[in-house]
Ligand binder design. Structure first.
Ligand SMILES: [Zn+2]
Length: 263
């Protein structure tokens, strides 16, 4: 059974004590840990300068009857889901798809959480980074994090959940999307919503020489500098405008990106 000391030793081996970090995690491969999420979070926080995590809330989303063309969405299809949509609140739980670590971070005393109705982030010691987020630039904190020499830490997960790659896709000029969410009693338009991330792990082989990796039994932690990651993603998309898209023929967002490239 892993404990705090073993986890801290593993995180410290990444050499990020003076580095601000964004993390993504699945805790299951660690096996049972006493006070699981809080123990992992404490070990991580004690091994980095500052930490943010995505606390996205997809249940706020609304699909309208009509909207802009080639937007990677089928309009008028989610009437039942629209009825179940809940307005964003700053204390709303992060979507279960994000795992349980973001919730532990959000609930930590002193943590800050941004107020984007779909794409919020929570963080500790990261207020200036989080404050860069706007409705128009939801991933601005990732640019701010890179400017501060930040790294992405992936705990038992691959790049298909690496949100920072979305920021680099946008830098590379890739098509972004418009989505809508409930906030209060209004429907808010959310521009610059990202594409699909399920094809992102293609980046792994390109950045392998620059990736720090620590293993603990069946579990692993990998980390990459955001500047290096952003450079690699932009270079990849420059060389192949279809890079990092998924192979599913029915993927609406990846197909929307292909439509822009092919026309
Ligand atoms: Zn896709």
């Amino acid at each position: 059974m892993l404990d705090y000391d073993e986890l801290k030793t593993a995180f410290e081996a990444l050499g990020l004590a003076n580095t601000p970090v964004i993390a993504h995690a699945s805790l299951q491969p660690f096996g049972y840990i006493q006070n699981g999420a809080d123990t992992v979070l404490q070990a991580l926080l004690d091994s980095v300068k500052s930490l943010i995590m995505p606390t996205f809330t997809y249940k706020t989303m609304i699909t309208p009857e009509v909207g802009p063309p080639n937007n990677g969405v089928t309009y008028g299809m989610d009437k039942d889901l629209n009825k179940m949509a809940e307005p964003f609140a700053v204390d709303m739980r992060a979507d279960t798809m994000m795992g349980i670590l973001p919730e532990a971070l959000r609930n930590r005393p002193g943590a800050k959480r941004t107020s984007h109705p779909i794409l919020s982030f929570a963080g500790v010691n990261s207020d200036l980074i989080l404050d860069t987020q706007t409705l128009y630039e939801p991933f601005a904190p990732l640019g701010a994090l890179a400017d501060e020499g930040g790294w992405a830490v992936l705990i038992n997960v691959d790049h298909s959940v690496n949100t920072s790659i979305h920021y680099a896709e946008k830098l590379a000029g890739r098509k972004q999307f418009t989505r809508w969410a409930l906030a209060g009693n209004r429907v808010v338009e959310c521009p610059n919503f990202p594409g699909d991330s399920s094809g992102f792990n293609t980046i792994a082989s390109y950045i392998k020489p620059d990736t720090q990796r620590v293993t603990l039994g069946d579990a692993f932690i990998q980390a990459i500098s955001l500047r290096r990651l952003f450079d690699a993603v932009q270079e990849l998309i420059r060389n192949d405008p279809l890079a990092l898209l998924c192979q599913r023929t029915d993927c609406e967002r990846c197909n929307a990106v292909r439509n822009v490239i092919e026309t």
